[in-house]
Ligand binder design. Structure first.
Ligand code: PEP
Length: 253
């Protein structure tokens, strides 16, 4: 298999400690030794250590929803890559559209974060995607190309296969409106073309590209049938453990 599928559950700012514990225990009982698909959950920061202890050596991995690029220092409210490593994270979401929209994140900042994540062997899951107005104006590909070019500046081609890209059209996030498999495939193929332009064909073929935007148990299967879709980053539907398990095990339903 050229690229192993990867499913991520981004909880965003949701769940109590008790809900997080119950979710994780059930997830482990169903997916603790499931290796067909790489499974990662992204709980809020305060729960990471506790969930890391629960996950232990299971096949479910842990990630954070964001981090800062510096290792330590006077950056009130920020969390460093070293801290994430210390509590057992192996992945980090970078450049989610909600971070771009509400917290002013830029491609330049995301680029620094990708470099910092790679330095500490955290797998960055880099989000790109156009807004509705941009798609309506026919600018979707231009926007995604510009985001990718800026986010990948100065990154060595040997490091690129460690990065996961999530194509998340902003108009499909939390709206219930999913890109059609054809629309998603078209952009995923384009993303690979851009990676080939920036790096080379071999590198482009090794990078996993997830789709994100209102993924649910009933639409995952057809999305995964597309050749350039290597998994999903799931928000809303990842909050319910049964629905997330169905998404991860899409091949069995
Ligand atoms: C997300 O926030 O990454 C996401 C894809 O959300 P949702 O699945 O709720 O659209």
């Amino acid at each position: 298999m050229l690229r192993k599928s990867i499913m991520g559950g981004n909880w965003k700012m949701n769940k109590s400690l008790q809900e997080a514990t119950e979710f994780t225990k059930k997830l482990i009982s169903e997916l603790g030794t499931y290796r067909d698909v790489e499974t990662v959950i992204f709980p809020p920061f305060p729960y990471l250590k506790m969930i890391s202890s629960l996950l232990g050596e299971t096949d479910v991995a842990l990630g954070a929803q964001n981090m800062f690029w510096e290792e330590k220092g006077a950056y009130t409210g920020e969390v460093s890559p070293l801290m994430l490593m210390d509590v057992g994270c192996r992945y980090v979401i970078l450049g989610h559209s909600e971070r771009r929209q509400y917290f002013g994140e830029t491609d330049e900042g995301i680029n620094k974060k990708i470099k910092a994540a790679l330095k500490f062997q955290l797998t960055p899951l880099v989000c790109v995607g156009e807004k509705l107005e941009e798609r309506k104006k026919g600018l979707a590909k231009e926007i995604v190309k510009s985001q990718l070019t800026k986010c990948f500046t100065g990154i060595n081609s040997s490091e690129v296969p460690q990065i996961v890209i999530a194509y998340e059209p902003v108009w499909a996030i939390g709206t219930g409106e999913t890109a059609t498999p054809k629309q998603a495939q078209d952009m995923h193929q384009f993303i690979r073309e851009i990676l080939q332009e920036i790096f080379d064909k071999k590198t482009a073929n090794l990078v996993r590209v997830q789709y994100g935007g209102s993924v649910k148990p009933d639409n995952i299967k057809e999305l995964m049938q597309e050749p350039d879709i290597d998994g999903a980053l799931v928000g809303g539907a990842s909050l319910d453990v049964d629905s997330f398990i169905k998404i991860v095990k899409y091949g069995e339903f």
